[in-house]
Design a protein around this ligand. Structure first.
Ligand code: NAD
Length: 288
């Protein structure tokens, strides 16, 4: 975990979507490393359980705060910033991680579309807008982590609204990294967390056993902290079924749809099934 100067005992982190899953696992690890944490989530009941759990584990109840909010509302996120600064005087780590699925297909329900974009994309934009200027002004090392998805990169059919939201998170986070590195003296960096299949409430029934292919949220949190320590921008997690090599090939194939003038999403097109299968079996087309 050592490695990134923003992640250090005594410094402060803010995590959205922290009542469960990847957000809670990351909050637990940061708190265990001696950081002060502010947890934020829409689910007030689970959030309070998370706060109590971390306070018990660390035995530092004064250094764990929680705020129930809706990341889709800019005023809520501004309140989160104000409360985090009022409590701990600084923010070293911001993790814009709250997310929802089930936006549906392109021609599906408009309200579902809107909600997924409001939470997954606008929630992240609200977080960056509210926190980044203050974090830059601090003049101390800081990280802004936005949780994206492989679905925002290879955009598989099934949940177009979710894919669009996560593609937006990727683009916005890349742009943030560029903007931050062009601000003189800025010590804040941006990072895109790209989880693989992870056993959390968004993907699975948590009352059932973990599917063999899935990683645990704790594995994702460890991978994230390791990637931050190495200074990685793209923190591309594997899972128990999908290796980095498989991800690299899928990402390259998707990009080559444009270059090769193939139909979009050719990976799922019957005419391209065999060529895609061949591509996945052949010699690695990527570094790695
Ligand atoms: N689990 C996976 O396989 C997977 C894969 C890729 C990306 N992700 C992304 O990881 C992030 C974390 O999800 P998770 O897998 O830990 O699932 P999760 O459901 O355990 O966590 C998401 C949290 O976000 C909270 N949330 C939802 N809407 C909110 C809102 N409007 N305001 C504040 N909080 C809100 C939920 O209450 C929940 O606690 C999400 O952005 C998700 O899209 C997950």
């Amino acid at each position: 975990m050592a490695g990134h100067p923003a992640i250090a005992a005594g410094r402060a982190a803010v995590i959205t979507g922290a009542a469960g899953g990847i957000g809670l696992a990351t909050a637990l690890k940061l708190a265990a490393a001696g950081m002060k944490v502010t947890l934020a989530d829409a689910n007030a009941e689970r959030l309070e359980q998370a706060r109590e759990g971390i306070a018990l584990t660390t035995n530092r109840p004064d250094e764990v705060r929680a705020l129930a909010l809706d990341v889709a509302k800019p005023a809520d996120v501004e309140r989160l910033r104000d409360e985090a600064y009022a409590a701990f005087g600084e923010v070293a780590v911001l993790m814009n991680n709250a997310g929802v699925g089930n936006g549906g297909p392109v021609l599906g329900d408009l309200e579902k579309w809107r909600r997924v974009l409001e939470v997954n994309l606008w929630g992240v934009i609200n977080g960056m807008q509210a926190f980044a200027p203050a974090m830059i002004r601090q003049g101390t090392p800081g990280v802004i982590i936005n949780t994206g998805s492989k679905q925002g990169i290879t955009t598989p059919p099934g949940d177009a609204a979710y894919n669009v939201s996560k593609a937006g998170v990727k683009v916005a986070t890349e742009a943030l990294a560029h903007e931050l590195r062009n601000i003189e003296g800025c010590k804040v960096t941006a990072h895109l967390l790209i989880p693989g299949f992870t056993f959390t409430g968004i993907t699975a029934n948590l009352d059932r056993p973990k599917p063999l292919g899935a990683w645990t949220a704790e594995q994702v949190a460890d991978f994230l902290l390791d990637g931050l320590g190495k200074g990685d921008f793209y923190i591309l997690c594997p899972d128990n079924d999908v290796t980095r090599d498989i991800d690299e090939r899928r990402i390259l194939w998707a990009a080559q749809d444009i270059i090769e003038n193939r139909p979009p999403l050719s990976r799922w097109h019957p005419d391209w099934k065999a060529p895609f299968a061949e591509f996945m079996k052949g010699p690695s087309p990527c570094r790695s």
